[in-house]
Design a protein around this ligand. Structure first.
Ligand code: EPU
Length: 427
C-alpha cells in the first residue's frame, strides 16, 4: 500500500506536460491485434491500465518491445489465444475492448466481467447488442463473457444509449465484417476519433468518427503502422483545476486545446483566466471563484470524469453551485471525504448542491476511485496543512507520475509506502 503526504496551501506555478490519453490507449492497444503484424504505438502513458493492457497482449502471444518510456513496438502476428485471464480482465474496465478486437480477428473471445472504478451499475448490454447484430452469439455465465461468430457481417446498429465503450467495441468488431456497418447514436469523444484514425492508418475504412453516425466498410486485412496517441483530456483538465483551486498559474503543455473547451469554458465562468495556444493552455486565478451550474454530458458536453475535480473547485467558490451527474449513478462517493475537509455539500441522488466555503481543512483521506482520487489530491493541495491520502493505486491507473509532476509545479507532496491501511479520523 502507498499513500500521498500533502502539505497544502501552496499556489501551483510553472509548466506541466501531459501524457497520452488513457481512454484512447486502452482501446488502441487491443486494436493492434487486428493488425496481425507490427505496430509502433507512441505517446503511451505510463499508467497501470496501460501496463495491464500490454500484459494481456503479451499473454495472448504478442511480442512486445519497449522502445522508450512512452513507445512500444507490438507485433501481434503470433497472437493465437482468445481468452483473457480473469485476473487481468478484472483489473480494469477497458479489458472489454479485447472482446471486440479478438472477435474481429478470430471470430471468438472470452473475457471475465471487467473491473474498473465503482461508479454504480456498468452494464455492457450495448456492447453485446453490437456483437450480436454483427453475427456473434454471446453468453455471460459465472462472470465470464464469451462471444463467438461463424462469420461477421455488416449491420445497422442504433445504440439505445450513448456509450464510449460500446461504440469503440463495435468499431473493433466491425472492421473485417463483410459489407457496410452503420453505427448510430454513437459517442463522439476525442478517443473515439483517435481509435478510428488508428484503425484507418492500419488500412481500415472507418468514416464519421466525431459525429453521431459512424460507417465502416469491412476490409479483408489490416497492416501494422506507427501511431501517436492523442494527449489526455482529463489529465490536462485535472492540472487546470489544480491551478485554479490553489490560486496558481500553470501552463499545461502537450494538449489539444479544442478537446479542453468544455473545461476551459467552465473555468472562465468560475473567474479563472484560460489562455489557449497551439498545443498548450495557461490557467491563472487571482480573484475569488464564482459559483456555477454544471451537468455532465457525453462529448462535447462537460465530461463526467472531470465532475469530482470541479466539485472540489466549486466547494471554494463564493456562493451556491449545482453539479448534476447524468452519466453514472454513483459518482459522488468522494463527497463524504470533502465534507470531512469542511466542504458544505449536500447530495440528493444525481445532484450535488455546494455552498462554497472560505477554505478546506486538511484531513486523512481515502481515494474511492480514479478521478475521486485526483480530486482529493487537488482538495488537499488547496487546504492549508497536512493531509494524507490512502488507496492511491486508483490514481496510478490513470495519472502518470502525478507526484513528480505536482512537485515540479511547487507542490509539497510525496509518496510513501504504508504496510497496512492506517486511516484514522476524529469522530
Ligand atoms: N451504458 C449502458 N449499457 C452499455 C454501456 C454503457 O447502459 O452497454 C451506460 C452506462 O451505464 C453509463 C453510460 O451508458 O450510464 C455511459 O457509459 P460508457 O459506456 O460511455 O462508459 P465506459 O465506456 O464504460 C468510458 C470511460 C470512463 C468514462 C465514460 C464516460 C474508459 C475505459 N472509460 O467508460 O472513464 O467515465 O466512458 O465518458 O474509456 C475514467 O477514466 O475515470 C472513467 C471512468
Amino acid at each position: 500500500m502507498e499513500k500521498f503526504i500533502i502539505h497544502g496551501g501552496i499556489p501551483l506555478k510553472g509548466e506541466v506536460t501531459i501524457g497520452g490519453a488513457k481512454n484512447a490507449a486502452v482501446a488502441i492497444l487491443p486494436a493492434t491485434i487486428l493488425a496481425g503484424g507490427k505496430c509502433v504505438i507512441e505517446n503511451l502513458p505510463c499508467i497501470s491500465d496501460v501496463m495491464a493492457s500490454l500484459q494481456i497482449l503479451s499473454e495472448l502471444g504478442a511480442d512486445i518491445r519497449m522502445l522508450s518510456r512512452s513507445s512500444y513496438a507490438i507485433d501481434t502476428s503470433r497472437v493465437d489465444l482468445t481468452e483473457v485471464s480473469n485476473e487481468l480482465s478484472r483489473q480494469m474496465r477497458a479489458s472489454y475492448y479485447f472482446l471486440g478486437a479478438l472477435l474481429g480477428r478470430f471470430g471468438q473471445a472470452q473475457v471475465a466481467m471487467p473491473g474498473g472504478c465503482n461508479l454504480g451499475p456498468r452494464p455492457i448490454d450495448q456492447h453485446l447488442k453490437a456483437f450480436t447484430a454483427l453475427g456473434g452469439v454471446d453468453s455471460v455465465e459465472y462472470g465470464m463473457i464469451r462471444v463467438k461468430a461463424e462469420s461477421l457481417h455488416g449491420a445497422h446498429i442504433f445504440f439505445d444509449t450513448v456509450s464510449v465503450g460500446a461504440t469503440m467495441n463495435a468499431m473493433l468488431a466491425a472492421v473485417f465484417a463483410d459489407g457496410l456497418t452503420v453505427l448510430e447514436n454513437v459517442a463522439r469523444e476525442p478517443h473515439v476519433v483517435d481509435l478510428a484514425n488508428f484503425l484507418n492508418m492500419m488500412g481500415a475504412d472507418v468514416y464519421g468518427a466525431g459525429t453521431d453516425v459512424i460507417k465502416i466498410h469491412g476490409v479483408q486485412r489490416l497492416h501494422g503502422c506507427t501511431y501517436s496517441i492523442i494527449p489526455d483530456q482529463i489529465e490536462a483538465g485535472s492540472y487546470m483545476v489544480a491551478a485554479a483551486a490553489t490560486g496558481g498559474d500553470v501552463t499545461v503543455r502537450n494538449v489539444t486545446p479544442k478537446h479542453l473547451e468544455p473545461i476551459s469554458v467552465k473555468l472562465r465562468a468560475a473567474g479563472c483566466e484560460v489562455e489557449e495556444f497551439d498545443d498548450s493552455v495557461r490557467v491563472r486565478r487571482t480573484g475569488a471563484l464564482q459559483p456555477l451550474k454544471i451537468k455532465t454530458m457525453p462529448h462535447p458536453g462537460f465530461p463526467t470524469d472531470m465532475q469530482p475535480l470541479m466539485t472540489v473547485l466549486l466547494s471554494l467558490a463564493k456562493g451556491t453551485s449545482i453539479v448534476t451527474e447524468s452519466i453514472w449513478e454513483n459518482r459522488f462517493r468522494y463527497v463524504d471525504e470533502l465534507i470531512h475537509m469542511g466542504a458544505n455539500i449536500k447530495v440528493d441522488g444525481q445532484v450535488a448542491v455546494i455552498e462554497g466555503v472560505d477554505h478546506l481543512r486538511p484531513a486523512p483521506l481515502r481515494a474511492t476511485d480514479l478521478r475521486a482520487g485526483a480530486a482529493l489530491v487537488v482538495a488537499a493541495l488547496a487546504a492549508d496543512g497536512l493531509s494524507e491520502l490512502e488507496e492511491t493505486s486508483h490514481i496510478d491507473r490513470g495519472y502518470e507520475n502525478m507526484v513528480e509532476k505536482l512537485q515540479d509545479l511547487g507542490a509539497d507532496i510525496r509518496r510513501i509506502e504504508t504496510p497496512i491501511a492506517t486511516i484514522t479520523r476524529a469522530m
